[in-house]
Design a protein around this ligand. Structure first.
Ligand code: SF4
Ligand code: SF4
Length: 394
């Protein structure tokens, strides 16, 4: 391997230097070890205004997605910076050897600086000269990695560690992500949508990936039956000081009852919130498991931050291809592709047309689970026959 390009010399950086003080690891210390233009950061701090300019995405022959550029407002320091987004393995599990290869590529072609991870869960290799972008992709391909996750395409998914490391996992988040990539890779690497589409996968309603806040399509592991109680384990836990009476008293819908010797859970009342499961090792999720599909959450865009809306409360999982789930996702992306306005996020599109019309377009039966919030007018009722299609009574 060729020697890394010589380090940039940095001018005086007194404000950045301040950020090296203290016992914790300093990002400035790390930046100084690389060819990153620290003067840009220093000038941004001293002027209280970032010195970086607009950002954008570029496509090169054979690589439609994966490159991003950041312009500079201070061309005398740097003319800008290119970076690539590397699609990580599911759950962001890397062997030390693989990560070391990525580091070698960053050293050889770029600043020698990795950003782990972008908010979209990508590895970013920063500071690649334009003429070497394609070489970097070839070097990554040689290590079994690929690039993507820019532009108006499906972005990299973000999934929690799931059953590889978490005792609460209801579904195989990593297997779903791998199968998702096999099915949708073309739409990750060849932008065709009105705007970007983000998918996050959480293994249970604890939602560690914040899918309900930050993903156009959220897949969240759920169970439909009652939590399981292991009586013997519960007795041991209580004997060791576990306060099951307190746990029962905190159950949001009051579905738990503890009579001092026996715990029961009302399966009809339980909302599967995970509270008791998180608190007590003797209570485990039920066995009737699947995925809830939510749509439309985001932080930015025309209508501001939006939380996800339930579209389908339960989709059974059918590994290894997960056909039923992914057919639904494909119907969602086709509706988005066909009906959303240019540069309209899925959440803004849904907000504009409403969940009824969105459900109709996707071909999903309306369901009470799709309610965004409980009604606030207590004098407004639906007649017998259910909340869907019933007669209005005022
Ligand atoms: S979302 Fe659930 S399964 Fe995934 S890491 Fe968090 S607690 Fe574990
Ligand atoms: S999962 Fe939540 S709603 Fe269900 S019994 Fe436990 S605490 Fe109550």
């Amino acid at each position: 391997m060729e020697a890394p390009r010589p380090a940039e010399t940095h001018g005086p950086t007194p404000l950045c230097d301040e950020l090296e003080r203290g016992p914790w690891p300093s990002h400035v210390t790390e930046l100084k070890k690389t060819r990153y233009h620290l003067q840009m950061y220093e000038e941004s701090l001293s002027r209280r205004q970032t010195q970086w300019g607009f950002g954008g995405y570029v496509s090169l022959p054979g690589v439609a997605a994966g490159f991003a550029i950041r312009a500079s407002a201070r061309p005398e320091i740097t003319k800008g910076a290119n970076f690539v987004r590397v699609l990580p393995p599911a759950g962001n599990f890397y062997s030390a050897a693989m990560l070391s290869k990525v580091c070698d590529i960053a050293d050889r072609y770029a600043y020698g600086l990795l950003h782990l991870h972008s908010t979209g869960g990508n590895i970013e290799i920063l500071g690649i000269p334009t003429e070497q972008l394609l070489e970097v992709v070839s070097a990554l391909n040689a290590q079994g990695l690929d690039v993507g996750s820019t532009g108006d395409a499906y972005r990299n998914t973000v999934e929690c560690v799931g059953p590889a490391r978490c005792d609460a996992a209801l579904i195989d988040t990593l297997g779903i992500r791998d199968a998702w990539f096999r099915r949708f890779l073309d739409d990750v690497q060849f932008p065709r949508f009105p705007h970007k589409l983000k998918v996050k996968i959480s293994g249970c309603p604890n939602d560690c990936t914040r899918a309900v806040q930050k993903s156009c399509i959220a897949l969240i592991g759920v169970f439909r039956d009652a939590p399981k109680i292991n009586g013997e384990q519960l007795a041991v836990w209580v004997g060791e000081g576990g306060d099951i009476a307190h746990v029962a008293s905190m159950c949001p819908p009051r579905a738990m009852e503890w009579d001092g010797g026996r715990l029961t859970i009302d399966a009809e009342a339980c909302t599967h919130c995970m509270y008791c499961i998180n608190k007590c090792p003797a209570i485990r999720p039920g066995d009737d498991r699947g995925v809830a599909v939510l749509v439309g959450s985001k932080l930015r865009g025309k209508y501001g931050p939006l939380l996800g809306r339930v579209l389908v409360p339960f989709v059974p999982l059918t590994p290894p291809a997960y056909t039923e789930l992914f057919d639904l996702l494909h119907r969602i992306d086709e509706v988005f592709d066909e009906h959303a306005r240019r540069k309209e996020r899925l959440g803004d599109f849904l907000f504009r047309i409403g969940i009824d019309e969105f459900s109709r377009l996707v071909g999903v039966e309306p369901s009470p689970h799709q309610m965004a919030e409980p009604r606030s007018n207590v004098f407004f009722h639906w007649a017998a026959g259910g909340p869907v299609g019933g007669e209005k009574e005022v």
